[in-house]
Design a protein around this ligand. Structure first.
Ligand code: P5A
Length: 445
């Protein structure tokens, strides 16, 4: 993409309405624009990152054996009356009347709808286990929408639902989700710590939230600092293997890590004092096992191998896809702007032409652009007739992890400059080496 043709409405000034750095930077980098409180348009740069995050979520869900599908955003209230949540959900639910005066609502979550689909089509244990998920817009009329995409009213969520014959199988689904989430967040360059939490309006006893540590996080968290040493890495897990998934679950949840809702001061005391941490975190996902809560209410039963009918065991599992943009920026920025982890960057590499209009410099940039594109990479070429300082400031603000700078002086010596956004380190090298280096970095992701 050539910057001269791209829609990138960067702001020079800090927007006064933004209280935290991720919100400020998303507005300044021209990624989002508020349309009303807690509701945003996703401008091209923001939309690109949203899609990258969504792609990672899809890949990791399908790796774990979960099936993508899509349910509507507008639902009839009937199923919610059946489950008892129509009244229980309270003011957060956006209720709508259609022209026939029928009660509708904008989906805040979809346990009822998926259970209705299940009961219409599945009646036997032979069709289990089954896990389906969607990535779909949700609406919750939050009393205090704030911090940009972090606490929106309209937000993008991956919501998955498992159906199993027994509690044991459903707990395996819970563990499997935990494993796949660890992998998902790490691919985005994030450390998200599973913490014992409260199940709130979704229900059930077993639930973990995934938290990214950040001073601006809305949750207070208590943990043993040893949890931050755990990494999932590139382990090869068989998602059907109950014991393997249970072992990962055990490893990542046996140290003390809880949100304030489930914090137990006496248990926390048992953590060695020098490892006790009280901090803040951003909730980027949550997994639930709630057993037969919805299957009983909605009569979703299956016949077991013994011929007996019993309500199916369920859980649901969410990832805050749009919130993740904010969380990643909170975790990865400096005073010049965003620093995208390679896994989610909107463009792989920036190209800055220091002397637009100079025949040699223009030709070198065009050649770099063509080589990177031929390797399947997406460069953003700043081909505007702007001063170098302005071009660097834009690249730093939008946070592409790598930048190739091209100028007549370097070209005389046959070199361009490759700069890391994270370390600021610049190395001169021939253009073909810079292309190879950038390609290698992404090939090894
Ligand atoms: C799990 C999937 C559920 O709704 N039902 C279906 C379950 N869980 S949850 O914890 O309430 O939400 C899942 C994730 O969505 C993100 N999230 C939000 N993101 C932005 N703005 C909001 N207002 C908002 N509310 C929830 C969180 O990341 C949460 O973990």
């Amino acid at each position: 993409m050539r910057l001269s043709r791209y829609f990138l409405p960067v702001l020079k000034e800090n927007p006064s309405e933004a209280q935290i750095v991720s919100h400020r930077l998303m507005l300044r980098a021209g990624m989002i624009k508020q349309s009303s409180a807690g509701i945003y348009s996703w401008l091209p740069l923001g939309f690109k990152v949203l899609r990258k995050i969504e792609d990672i979520v899809h890949e990791e869900q399908q790796r774990a054996g979960h099936m993508p599908m899509l349910m509507p955003t507008i639902q009839s209230a009937d199923l919610w009356h059946e489950s008892g949540r129509y009244d229980a959900f309270g003011a957060e639910m956006l209720r709508i009347k259609d022209r026939h005066d029928r009660e509708m609502l904008f989906t805040p979550t979809a346990e009822e709808l998926i259970t209705d689909i299940f009961r219409a089509h599945v009646g036997s244990y032979k069709d289990l286990p089954l896990t389906m998920y969607q990535i779909q817009w949700k609406f919750r009329d939050e009393i205090r929408p704030r911090f940009g995409v972090m606490r929106g009213r309209e937000f993008y969520m991956k919501d998955g639902y498992n159906f199993d014959l027994t509690k044991e199988d459903a707990l395996h689904a819970y563990n499997r989700h935990l494993v796949s989430y660890l992998r998902t967040y790490e691919r985005m360059g994030l450390q998200a710590i599973p913490m014992r939490a409260d199940s709130g309006a979704i229900g059930g006893d077993d639930t973990h939230e995934f938290l990214v540590l950040a001073d601006t996080g809305e949750s207070e968290v208590f943990y043993d600092s040893a949890v931050t040493d755990l990494t999932f890495g590139d382990r090869d897990i068989d998602y059907d293997d109950h014991a393997q998934c249970a072992a990962v679950m055990e490893e990542f949840t046996n140290l003390y890590a809880r949100t304030d809702e489930t914090h137990d001061a006496a248990l926390f005391e048992q953590v060695p004092e020098d490892r006790r941490r009280i901090a803040r975190g951003i909730e980027v996902g949550q997994i639930f096992y709630f057993g037969t809560k919805y299957s009983e209410a909605l009569n979703a039963v299956v016949q077991g191998p013994d011929g007996k009918q019993s309500p199916v065991h369920m859980g649901s599992h969410g990832i805050g896809v749009s919130r993740l943009l904010g969380a990643i920026i909170e975790a990865s920025h400096d005073d010049k702007g965003i620093i995208w982890p390679e896994g989610v960057t909107p463009f792989h590499c920036g190209i800055v032409n220091l002397k637009q209009g100079d025949e040699e410099a223009d030709a070198a940039c065009d050649a770099l652009y063509a080589s990177l594109t031929a390797l399947g990479l997406e460069p953003l070429y700043d081909d505007r007739k702007e001063r170098a300082g302005g071009k660097f400031a834009t690249m730093d603000l939008i946070g592409l992890p790598w930048r190739i700078t091209v100028g007549p002086r370097g070209l005389k010596n046959g070199v361009v400059e490759l700069t890391s956004r994270r370390t600021g380190e610049s190395i001169e090298m021939p253009p073909e080496d810079a292309v190879r280096k950038v390609a290698d970095i992404y090939a090894n992701l």
